[in-house]
Design a protein around this ligand. Sequence first.
Ligand code: PMP
Length: 437
Amino acid sequence: MPPTNHDAFWMPFTANRQFRKTPRMLVAAKDMHYTAEDGTQVLDGCAGLWCVNAGHNRPKITEAVQKAIATLDFAPTFQMGHPLAFEAADRIAKLAPADLNHVFFCNSGSEAADTALKMAIAYHRIRGDAARTRFIGRERGYHGVGFGGISVGGISGNRKLYGTMLGGVDHLPHTHDPARNAFSRGLPTHGEELADALERIVALHDPSTIASVIVEPMAGSTGVLPPPVGYLKRLREICDKYGILLIFDEVITGFGRMGGTAFAAEKFGVTPDIITCAKGITNGTIPMGAAIARDHVFETFMQGPEAGIEFPHGYTYSGHPVACAASIATLDTYAEEGLFERAEELAPYFEDAVHSLRGLPHVIDIRNIGLVGAVELEARTGAPGTRGYEVFDRAFRDGLLLRVTGDTLAISPPLIINKAQIDELFGKLGAVLRDTE
Ligand code: PMP
């Protein structure tokens, strides 16, 4: 630990005092590994924080960042432009499915969520539907930490300290149903009908008051919950029926995580009106997020006087040149190395590996899709989260980085992982689980 004031860095989403006693410090990273402060090589089982999809410290991305920062360190994008922003947007639009052709840049997944929510209300207002201000999120949804994001999000722990949320928000039920879907592989069979809750919420209010529905195609942060077969299509149908915009938060699912396609929307054959993304957009190297809108959304904004600012929204660092350079080099790397296809090819091997942990002590559920999986442990009576934390901490000391939420361990390695490393990852996790009280 640094010798000085240990409390200076107020750590996010961290038990700060607990951390100070047994710190976990990372000092370097390359490809599939971190180096811990004591020199231990740590296999990265969660792509940093679900973001380093091409593995760490890739020279092409590093060099692009270095070149960009030495050429155009900053340029405003309010009433000004620079080529990298137009190029990055074009590249992302080409990766996005259907007519999701218009990229609004921001700096994080949280900002992308709030951008999309504002875009949805403004869209309806411009079209004369000023009453459409309500949002529908989902229990166990995570859309970052802005007031919009926590309001539509469904994690009470992220809300209860903060008082009044955004008004006019309802929540769909979450889709986690271990009684029917435990140990499912890929999309769970049961639960399509949970989308019909949207009909009931719409019926509670006048449909003409609802601006948008926002969901993660696969809930990530609350424990990896792939959507039940047919569920997302059903949501789309109901949104279409009532003129409600559908937003997919693809901050985790974007950029190949599901295998085969850049975005989950394409993988699941459902086109939302807006996709939000971040994380893998720059391989985690430079903060960046985006809200990607379909033609009809963008065109709605482009109808007023030509000299008018169409969307009074944006950030100093929207389309930051260094982030744009990082993103272009990242997308090049994904394409050159075929990493989305690679994720799809490896998915069955990964699936067998994660399900091989079934039967180990305290394992009550295992879920997976693409190159993401979760192992859910039985919570200790009266002490939820402690078992999950212990496994996470022990695994780290044994050279494996995972993500823990409550008693669920999430595994989402960089897409460059190979079979031997998948074996190593689950070998290590299995050993820790066998040893856990
Ligand atoms: N949405 C989803 C689905 C996420 O998983 C996350 C981050 N884990 C966010 C939004 C927020 O992103 P950020 O932390 O970059 O604000």
